[in-house]
Design a protein around this ligand. Structure first.
Ligand SMILES: O=C(O)C1=C[C@@H](OP(=O)(O)O)[C@@H](O)[C@H](O)C1
Ligand SMILES: C=C(OP(=O)(O)O)C(=O)O
Length: 429
């Protein structure tokens, strides 16, 4: 792992960026393509390491998946066509692959063992293994199934009604996937809406899914049918350039074809509250998901409070929003975001330590952070904590730092945004 140094003297960002495909939707396109009948054509698939883990898993289970660049053909043979993998499945760094696959594997008629890298091994899995066991799943793992490695002995499942105790789309999706294989109705209830890509895609693939005041109800009635997926650009990746455009003097950036599903657009609400100059154009619907172009210009920003129901709508954007807040006038408070502690790293600690090292006035709290701005960042030495979003925040911080920013590695960025540096270069003037 080699150290990298970023230094930009008076940069300005100008031009267009086509951000890569959405990570959440890319994972799901492979999962639903694999368990449906027929050929699913996926375009603008995210070539990030996490999504490649999901492809590998289904190939191991006998699904033919052809991939050429960002186009993928999934030859689905239905749920009954999946075979016991010949080896232990390695889900690398990917929480989404792990949690969604735990739901699916619980109801398949074979045994599977899964593991992951040192970060994934520390992330809690009991949030999915507990409700899956209520459905009848037979799961063994470290600390009673709290941590990887985990072995799932596929078994007969029964539907349950489950109110999510954590605001997590991964937990919701795991239960809905198990519900596809369970006897009777499975109902998931959530107090705060989390990203709904699983529900959107299940409906597009013909699942028996209803949504009403009772919750999200799924049954195992009917087979899923292949459905082409055009993956929208990832707003969580666009976030890095939205913030860069807002804080680097003289910048104007347009981000093309960005997914604008309302369960993901919390960052746009926050940018607006902070006075950012952002416009949305060319809005349209593709595959049940809203997309559009976003243009952002540098302008003076004011502080805000980020809390409550907006948190799941921007959870992955909090590291880069913290950098934005260092440039806003006043005190920005981020709360209700304790989920950040169980991401690829403890993102509350990683964000605060890094921004403090660069000269920001930021204090961690139990469920978020407090940032006083505006502060001129000095540069300094930081760590990516091997977390892609912390690493990209580090690179963007160099654009507004007086001195150089030195970071211990940058390869983790390939998890979600392999073309990040190419896109940055395209707009750096
Ligand atoms: O369902 C998904 O695709 C995701 C849900 C979120 O995680 P949680 O469900 O743990 O909040 C998010 O942080 C992750 O990057 C992707
Ligand atoms: C938390 C993330 O992903 P995952 O949970 O899939 O590892 C992320 O991409 O920021």
């Amino acid at each position: 792992m080699s150290h990298v140094q970023f230094e930009c003297t008076s940069p300005r960002l100008e031009g267009e960026v086509i951000v890569p495909g959405d990570k959440s939707i890319s994972h799901r396109s492979i999962i639903f393509g694999s368990i449906s009948h027929g050929i699913t054509k996926v375009t603008n698939f995210l070539d990030g390491e996490d999504c490649l883990r999901t492809i590998d898993a289904f190939r191991e289970m006998g699904v033919q998946i052809e991939k050429e660049g960002n186009s993928v053909l999934v030859h689905g043979n239905g749920l009954e066509g999946l075979k016991k993998p010949a080896k232990t499945l390695d889900f690398g760094n990917s929480g989404t692959t792990t949690r969604l696959m735990l739901g699916l594997l619980s109801g398949l008629p074979f045994e599977t063992t899964i593991f992951g890298d040192s970060s994934l091994t520390k992330r809690p899995m009991d949030r999915v293994t507990a409700p899956l066991r209520e459905m009848g799943a037979v799961i063994e793992g470290e600390e009673g199934g709290k941590y990887l490695p985990i072995t799932v002995h596929g078994s007969a499942l029964k539907g349950i009604t489950y109110r999510l105790p954590v605001k997590s789309a991964q937990v919701k999706s795991a239960i809905l996937l198990a519900g596809l294989l369970a006897d009777g109705e499975t109902i998931v209830q959530e107090d705060t809406e989390t990203r709904n890509h699983t529900e959107v895609m299940l409906q597009a693939f013909g699942a028996d899914l209803k949504q009403n005041h009772e919750g999200i109800t799924i049954t195992n009635k009917g087979k899923l049918t292949a459905c082409d997926v055009e993956v929208p650009g990832d707003i969580s990746s666009a976030a890095f350039f939205l913030v860069a455009g807002a804080i680097v003097p003289g910048s104007t950036i347009t981000l093309k074809n960005v997914g604008l599903n309302e369960s993901r657009t919390g960052i746009l609400d926050v940018l607006e509250q902070m006075g950012a100059a952002i416009t949305i154009s060319n809005e349209r619907i593709t595959g049940g998901e809203k997309i559009g172009d976003l243009t952002i210009k540098h302008t003076a920003l004011k502080s805000t409070t980020i809390e409550g129901d907006v948190i799941p709508r921007l959870i992955d954007e909090i590291p880069i929003l913290a950098l934005l807040a260092t440039q806003a006038d006043g005190k920005t408070v981020i709360k209700d975001a304790e989920e950040l502690k169980v991401k690829e790293t403890d993102r509350i600690e990683a964000v605060c330590r890094n921004l403090q090292a660069l000269g920001a006035n930021i204090t961690p709290t139990e469920d978020g952070m407090i940032i006083e701005g505006p502060t001129k960042l000095t540069g300094g030495s930081i760590s990516s904590y091997m977390d892609h979003r912390i690493a990209m925040m580090g690179v963007i911080s160099a654009l507004i730092s007086e001195g150089a920013v030195e970071m211990d590695e940058k390869d983790s960025i390939n998890i979600s945004y392999p073309t990040f540096f190419d896109n940055l270069e395209e707009i750096l003037q």
